[in-house]
Design a binder for this molecule. Structure first.
Ligand SMILES: Nc1ncnc2c1ncn2[C@@H]1O[C@H](COP(=O)(O)OP(=O)(O)OP(=O)(O)O)[C@@H](O)[C@H]1O
Length: 375
């Protein structure tokens, strides 16, 4: 069917996409290449669970968008379909306290939510471990984006409870995989000594993909997501090049989708370099969008204030923040630290004449782009 230049749009049943869903965030790819070593290490750690023993605890680290979550999801999928091992993945960006993490485990094991009227943590914990013992089940828990538990000061308590489950309830077998993409966070160092003494995880590192690997992965994604001939080699190379700038594969996947939508907007069935460049104006912010999504109201309020006060000193920013929210300096400092760790802002010490050293707070992104995504 030819493009219809008069209409300026593809008709409803014409599309560049064979399956648009493969460009969405929650899609688990069929083919998962270039992570053989990491998969092997994870498999080694999980293997005892298949034999009914406690698996080795594992710490997975690497920059954003390097396949950490996908690797674990793939192995968990295999365990679920081929063995009796119970697996639960908790997204700590959403469930960022010990209680919330255990509520999620409860929900997964009992297939209904724990009573919302609030039962004590001890009771919640006891019910989970009792059930595991009763059913003779091994449980593997993935704490994905575990860095959020650290930002909320909940990491040590959460891990301690999970790691000591077999002592609190004899016969309970739980293994833990933690995943962090915050490379500036020294996980072992930040844990309480009581946790350090029982937590000796296997370590698995996910480096960024190089450009060839990115091309290879995105070519496969395009093959199943687009109709034949929609995207050519030069366009794909450009997508890979732009993706390699951050190393986050999500940028590339988002770019493919948006470039496809741009082609459709032009009533064309092929993606051009312009479609890609134009898409990048939005796709380069996927990481920002993701960071902002997990923020609480007061954290968002501070980001909003900073959009107007970027580059100013911490004291001045506080005045505006306090005027908007009524919150005090302690909470303010905590939020600054979290936003700094997330890479949303940069907090730098500078020498200010006559006032000694003071912190200046700068948004890491264009303020308009931040406001757009915040609203
Ligand atoms: N080797 C690969 N093959 C195919 N797709 C991949 C591969 N690695 C990553 N992806 C895709 O890239 C996206 C990001 O991957 P994933 O969520 O696993 O990264 P991550 O390292 O867990 O990121 P974060 O630390 O930010 O949570 C996903 O959509 C995933 O499908």
């Amino acid at each position: 069917m030819a493009d219809d230049p008069d209409r300026g749009m593809l008709s409803w049943d014409e599309t560049v996409f064979r399956d648009e869903h493969v460009f969405e965030i929650d899609y688990v790819p069929e083919t998962f290449r270039h992570r053989e070593n990491q998969l092997q290490s994870l498999q080694y750690a999980l293997r005892p669970a298949v034999r009914g023993a406690r698996p080795l605890n594992t710490m997975v680290r690497g920059p954003p968008g390097t396949g950490k979550t996908t690797a674990v999801q793939k192995l968990f999928g295999e365990l679920r379909s081929q063995t009796d091992v119970r697996t639960v993945r908790v997204n700590c960006q959403v469930d960022s306290t010990r209680y919330a993490v255990f509520s999620r485990l409860f929900e997964s094991i009992f297939e209904y939510e724990p009573p919302s009227s609030g039962i004590s943590f001890k009771k919640l914990f006891g019910q989970i471990t009792d059930r595991l013992v009763e059913e003779d089940d091994v449980l593997v828990v993935t704490l994905d984006d575990v860095n959020y538990l650290f930002y909320e000061n909940e990491a040590s308590d959460t891990l301690y409870s999970l790691l000591r489950a077999h002592e609190a309830h004899s016969g309970a077998r739980i293994g833990v995989i933690i995943i962090s993409s915050d490379l500036s966070l020294d996980i072992m160092d930040e844990l309480d000594t009581r946790v350090q003494s029982v937590f000796r995880p296997e370590e698995v590192y996910f480096p960024v993909y190089d450009t060839d690997e990115i091309v290879d992965i995105l070519r496969e994604r395009s093959r199943i997501g687009f109709h034949d001939g929609v995207i050519g080699a030069p366009e794909l190379d450009r997508v890979a090049e732009l993706t390699a700038e951050s190393g986050d594969l999500r940028v590339g996947i988002d770019l493919l989708r948006r470039a496809g939508l741009n082609a459709e907007m032009r009533a064309s069935r092929t993606v051009t370099l312009e479609d890609v460049e134009h898409a990048y104006d939005k796709s380069k912010y996927v990481h920002l969008s993701r960071s902002l999504r997990g923020l609480s109201d007061s954290e968002r309020a501070l980001v909003e204030v900073l959009a107007d006060h970027t580059g100013e000193q911490a004291g001045e920013v506080f005045e505006a923040f306090h005027a908007n929210t009524g919150l005090g300096y302690t909470r303010y400092s905590e939020i600054i630290n979290k936003l700094d760790q997330l890479g949303v802002i940069e907090a730098d010490y500078a020498n200010i004449e006559g006032r000694g050293r003071s912190r200046t707070l700068t948004l890491s992104y264009d303020p308009d782009a931040v406001l757009d995504r915040l609203n």
